[in-house]
Design a protein around this ligand. Structure first.
Ligand code: NAP
Length: 310
């Protein structure tokens, strides 16, 4: 066992986690954060952030996460860049396990976020954040007057394709079937848009690139394996997100898609365990909304500790 019982352990280090760290450290709760091996969350994959208030010239995603971390650490947030493998929420104090060590805590804030599902096509890894993105709101504006590919057949793909028409000269949406999961209204909005072309029975076989970045993709018809090339300089993969909750092993209530549910304000189904950010957010998924939820979870946690522990 490592140390005495902590007031609060924060698991996850995106905008929600760091904001929760800022508030709980300023409340003198001496929080401990497990930031994960890949600290900073999805913002670490974003080149420039132009929609977070307070940065008139925009800021790089990784740089912004460094700022959030520094600000929280200044007030005493202790950060360990390690993953949490599992937790035991059956009794209080709760148990948190990281690299084989056990940590006891009166409360927990879960802010592990959600991860985009990537395609995993050939050539994808090298172009992540360099032409291939999973967030049109974050990166769409960088493709002004360029031709863009969107992959997916659900509401996210329709929404991203429609949003991207603000910037792109043309958006080609490819879907692996001719049946769409998207709602009719969102499908029609995309299908009827003059800048959007929808191609069914197409999946990305390989991404093409040169020194300047993404140049296109080889598309394959899954029915017969025939291929065609498409020239694009930007691509957005919108085939869904998955919340990062595996380490909880089903101990907290979730919705059908695995997102954590709040039972009272930001508290989860287990009293003393709070959740904030994309791990609960099925709708907005923005850095600023995650930060706002992190603030709420910290305040709820502080009040709960006052009423139940101190
Ligand atoms: P989704 O509905 O699960 O759709 C995912 C799409 O990606 C499907 O068309 C699926 O194809 C495709 N796909 C999955 N894996 C693939 C792969 N490996 N290769 C190629 N295509 C792949 O996910 P979503 O669009 O992110 O939506 C998730 C939830 O959020 C839905 O309930 C949706 O209604 C909601 N949402 C709502 C709004 C809104 O109302 N404004 C906006 C966005 C999302 P198949 O169909 O062939 O499986």
């Amino acid at each position: 066992m490592s140390g005495s019982i902590r007031n609060v352990i924060i698991i996850g280090s995106g905008p929600a986690g760091y904001t929760a760290g800022l508030y709980t450290s300023r409340a003198m709760l001496e929080p401990l954060m497990f930031a994960g091996y890949m600290s900073g969350g999805q913002l670490m994959l974003t080149s420039d952030v132009e929609n977070f208030p307070g940065y008139p010239q925009g800021i790089g995603g990784p740089e912004m996460m460094m700022h959030l971390r520094e600000q929280a650490e200044r007030f005493g947030l202790e950060v360990q860049d390690r993953n949490v493998e599992r937790v035991d929420l059956s009794n209080r104090p709760f148990k948190v396990y990281s690299e084989g060590e056990e940590y006891l805590t009166h409360s927990i804030i879960v802010s592990t976020g959600a991860e985009s599902i990537w395609l995993g096509a050939e050539g994808e890894e090298a172009q992540k954040g360099r032409g291939i993105s999973t967030c049109a709101t974050c990166d769409g504006a960088f493709f002004k007057d360029e031709e863009i590919l969107v992959v997916g057949g659900g509401d996210s793909a329709m929404e991203e394709a429609t949003f991207l028409t603000r910037f792109a000269s043309k958006v080609t949406l490819v879907h692996r079937r001719d049946v769409f999961r998207a709602s009719q209204v969102m499908y029609e909005r995309a299908a009827n848009h003059e800048k959007i072309e929808i191609k069914t029975f197409r999946q990305v076989k390989q991404w093409l690139s040169d020194d300047s970045g993404l140049t296109g993709a080889i598309l394959e018809d899954p029915r017969d394996g025939t291929t065609e090339d498409i020239a694009v300089t930007g691509a957005f993969i919108a085939i869904g997100h998955k919340p990062i909750t595996g380490f909880l092993d089903g101990q907290l209530d979730t919705d059908d898609e695995g997102y954590l549910l709040h039972s009272e304000h930001t508290m989860t189904s287990v009293p003393g365990v709070f959740a904030a950010g994309d791990v609960v957010d099925t709708r907005y998924k923005q850095a600023i909304t995650a930060a706002g939820l992190g603030c709420q979870a910290a305040i709820d946690c502080e009040r709960w500790l006052e009423d139940n522990v101190h």
